[in-house]
Write a protein that binds this ligand. Structure first.
Ligand code: E4P
Length: 218
């Protein structure tokens, strides 16, 4: 499973890249609004750091303006993937962009039928928002499982990005289902490393080694 970072924070992205585990980045208008940076400049900066897929979202909601914003975003860097919202105009734009060879990530997917439409339109990626579904009492991971089955049934090349990830268990469930990608906040990535028995075990090894060295010296 590929791991993307869900952030527009360049420091978090650089730190994530140092771990050698990050394959791409997703941003959205909310994440960009938390940064003190010019949108286009930050996207280029992220692309240069990651050298992998970087999702940048259009703000327009009508077909013509989505298309022109998408073309502008795609021209910024070869790694840009244009994020398009799941609406009829959005799906029309995805179809047109896929014919132009521009990669798309259909965002705000909350049902498997929305995902089916996006895949049929030629989306490169779909982003089911599991955390937001869980928040309203639905089962976000059930959506991922359904999308995985539907895309398998028809051999769609569209990849599933499990989005709106809130905790390590979401990452585990995404991997168990066989989702292509999980896009995760930086702090969730760091939490994937943790286990108290690893910490205790390491502490014990270090203490025992110090004791061994002390005995060798005496
Ligand atoms: C995905 O591409 C979105 O940027 C993101 O995962 C949304 O997550 P949130 O529900 O935590 O805002």
């Amino acid at each position: 499973m590929k791991i993307f970072l869900d952030t527009a924070n360049i420091e978090q992205i650089r730190n994530g890249m140092k771990l050698g585990l990050v394959d791409g980045v997703t941003t959205n208008p909310t994440l960009i609004s938390k940064e003190n940076a010019k949108f286009e400049e930050r996207i280029v900066e992220i692309c240069e750091a990651v050298k992998g897929p970087v999702s940048a979202e259009v703000i327009a909601t009508d077909f013509d303006n989505m298309l022109s914003q998408a073309r502008e975003l795609a021209s910024l860097n070869e790694h840009v993937v244009v994020k398009i919202p799941m609406t009829p105009d959005g799906i029309r734009a995805v179809k047109a962009l896929s014919e132009e060879g521009i990669k798309t990530n259909v965002t705000l997917i909350f049902s498997s039928l929305q995902g089916l439409l996006a895949a049929k339109a030629g989306a490169t990626y779909v982003s089911p928002f599991v955390g937001r579904l869980d928040d309203v009492g639905n089962d976000g991971m059930q959506l991922v499982a359904e999308l995985n089955e539907i895309f398998g049934n028809y051999g769609f090349a569209t990849e599933i990005i499990v989005a709106s990830v809130r905790h390590p268990r979401h990452v585990l469930q995404a991997a168990m289902i066989g989702a292509d990608i999980a896009t995760i906040p930086y702090e969730v990535l760091l939490r994937l490393f943790n286990h108290p028995l690893t910490d205790n075990g390491l502490r014990r090894f270090q203490n025992d080694w110090q004791e061994y060295e002390r005995k060798q010296r005496s």
